[in-house]
Design a protein. Structure first.
Length: 145
């Protein structure tokens, strides 16, 4: 009787948990791929990559990531733009092209929406902060006279 209960009731739950765990791993692969291709991937392409229907992918992605595919792709693109601005000398136009924006203005609007400043303002502020941190040492016993 207990064996029947376990087979009929517990096994489907374990199977479901294993499926959720597998889904999480699959979605992590999609997030890595999205970052590698600078956000240039559609929801349909990601679903096809995993061999899932778009509806199943949409529900699973939102459940796992807590946000929609579109919102996560936007977040990743903004993080990449921020990284390019701080670690390269690429122009805003080059960054926009790399992130699949048709015009510089579209990237500027998106970036300002995400961070509250334009890419140019962000780059200037980052440069000022970096310069200031080089010249302002925290007081230590050795440098206090």
């Amino acid at each position: 009787m207990l064996r029947t209960y376990l087979v009929e009731c517990v096994r489907p739950i374990i199977g479901s948990l294993m499926q959720i765990d597998q889904m999480a791993g699959d979605l992590d692969v999609v997030l890595e791929r999205m970052a590698k291709c600078h956000g240039k991937i559609t929801q349909a392409q990601a679903a096809k990559f995993l061999g899932w229907s778009i509806n199943y992918f949409h529900r699973g992605f939102k459940k796992k990531a807590g946000v929609s595919f579109r919102a996560k792709r936007f977040q990743i693109k903004m993080e990449i733009a921020r990284s390019f601005l701080t670690s390269t000398s690429m122009t805003i136009e080059q960054i926009a092209t790399k992130l699949d924006y048709s015009e510089r203005g579209n990237l500027e609007r998106a970036f300002k929406h995400a961070y509250g400043v334009t890419p140019t303002q962000f780059r200037i502020l980052h440069a000022l902060q970096t310069t200031a941190s080089r010249y302002h040492r925290k007081p230590t016993i050795q440098n206090i006279d």
